[in-house]
Design a protein around this ligand. Structure first.
Ligand SMILES: [Mg+2]
Length: 233
């Protein structure tokens, strides 16, 4: 691809860090500390509920607070406890996790050392858990800045999320940016919303066949493919 971009915006979860692994650990820790026996079914149920809440947030149907307070309601009822407290336990457990996807750290280090682009993290999530995981993984040393939806006051795919990043970087020409991420409904839709070129990334090569009507400019099914697209040796 013709490399005319000045800035790379990189998604974090399931693009660099293994959120699924961290999430499962954080959920299991809650059950352990409540003296409950962890089952895969409980985790799958939680993960499904959480995904549904995030989809609603991405569509603007609920607020961030409603997501954080609500995603544990079913388990709070089942376990006879409070959903806000469960969410607090969850984010505390999550914040210390250091789960890179295999190959991600080498990729990010190589990208950083190439000096070819300023690299920014552009992620949805609460500042506390995102920064906790960034500190635990040592990710910050490979990037120029970190943009988190809670701090920006807008989430992907809302154009305001990207416009606030443009403000911070000081360049409002969306054609100077390239968004790289794994999620159609946030990363790709967000890039489409502001006319930004994008790469849909799947660390395990499992790229979707159905693009849901979104415009994907490039695909990468491994860090090697990503590096080739970015022309980083
Ligand atoms: Mg992601």
């Amino acid at each position: 691809m013709e490399m005319r971009h000045k800035y790379l915006l990189l998604d974090m979860d399931m693009t660099l860090l293994n959120f699924k692994k961290s999430e499962k650990y954080a959920f299991k820790e809650i059950m352990d500390s409540l003296g409950l026996t962890f089952t895969e079914d409980d985790y799958i149920r939680y993960s499904h509920i959480n995904d549904e809440f995030w989809k609603k947030l991405e569509k603007g149907l609920i607020t961030r607070k409603q997501l954080l307070d609500g995603r544990f309601s079913e388990f709070a009822e089942k376990w006879g406890t409070d959903s806000v407290k469960l969410n607090e336990m969850f984010i505390n457990n999550l914040a210390g996790r250091n789960d890179w996807l295999p190959g991600a750290e080498d990729f990010l280090r190589t990208l950083h050392e190439s000096g070819k682009y300023p690299v920014y993290i552009a992620t949805n999530g609460p500042v506390f858990t995102v920064m906790g995981r960034i500190n635990a993984s040592g990710l910050a040393k490979y990037v120029d800045d970190i943009f988190i939806s809670e701090a920006l006051g807008a989430s992907k795919p809302d154009p305001a999320f990207f416009e606030r990043i443009f403000d911070k970087i000081g360049d409002h020409d969306s054609s100077n940016y390239l968004m790289i991420g794994d999620r159609l409904s946030s990363d790709i839709k967000g890039a489409n919303n502001v006319g930004m070129e994008c790469i849909l990334f799947a660390h395990d090569g499992n790229l979707p066949e159905d693009l849901g009507g979104y415009k994907v400019d490039h695909f990468a099914g491994s860090y090697k493919e990503l590096q080739d697209l970015l022309e980083v040796p």
